[in-house]
Design a protein around this ligand. Structure first.
Ligand SMILES: Cc1cc2nc3c(=O)[nH]c(=O)nc-3n(C[C@H](O)[C@H](O)[C@H](O)COP(=O)(O)O)c2cc1C
Length: 193
């Protein structure tokens, strides 16, 4: 890993650039930055304004090893995913599940699944709802991570309707600090091995 202890990619699927999902993810990143991980490189991607087309089921990725759909933001995000050690992937809850942007991203990552190109990467699934549906949303993200043979460190979920509300959710903030501690613990135990 060179001099950098950990490369983190934080993806917020919300169409609101500074909505609850981004803020909850930023809280995790903030705690990671305060942790004793000595060298952290963080890249944040908001899917607000990004275009991720749906999977066409052309199945060309089975042979090519990558998605052949061009002219959208998917390949840029994949490049980042491949470079990172930890992926924080957050979705706003829409009708008790991930939103469309995140679903498209997940489905297009079928192209990475055949050769398990994300295998072993650490992941923290994140979900924010107003009232309910976060559990089912996290389940979708966890099933994706498990299928990709990634290592789920923790999940984080929060409640909020208006942008910023989630930062007042005490349970969410506790989960944030637990998640950051778990990541730091992982880095330490990897160093000792
Ligand atoms: C299309 C749509 C569907 C939603 N569905 C749910 C839902 O099923 N359950 C819920 O508690 N909140 C639901 N919400 C509220 C959002 O999950 C909530 O406002 C969340 O904080 C949005 O995150 P964001 O600010 O990052 O976009 C929905 C919002 C939208 C726009």
């Amino acid at each position: 890993m060179g001099l950098i202890d950990m490369r983190v990619l934080a993806i917020s699927g919300s169409p609101l650039k500074n909505g609850n999902t981004s803020r909850l993810i930023n809280a995790i990143v903030g705690d990671l930055e305060k942790s004793d991980i000595t060298d952290l490189k963080v890249k944040e991607i908001s899917l607000a304004g990004s275009l991720i087309r749906p999977c066409k089921s052309c199945r060309k990725c089975m042979k090519e090893g990558h998605c052949v759909l061009k002219s959208d933001d998917f390949s840029r995000i994949v490049r980042r995913m491949k470079k990172s050690d930890l992926i924080i992937i957050g979705s706003p809850v829409y009708f008790h599940d991930v939103n469309g942007q995140i679903k498209n991203l997940i489905d297009r990552s079928y192209s990475l699944w055949h050769e398990r190109q994300l295998k072993g990467k650490k992941v923290i699934p994140v979900a924010v709802c107003a009232e309910s549906g976060d559990d089912r949303t996290l389940e979708t993200l966890k099933i994706w991570a498990q299928a990709q043979e990634m290592k789920i460190i923790r999940t984080v979920s929060g409640r909020g309707f208006k942008a910023g509300d989630v930062l007042k959710d005490k349970s969410a903030m506790n989960q944030v600090s637990d998640a950051a501690k778990s990541v730091a613990g992982e880095v330490k135990s990897e160093k000792n091995n």
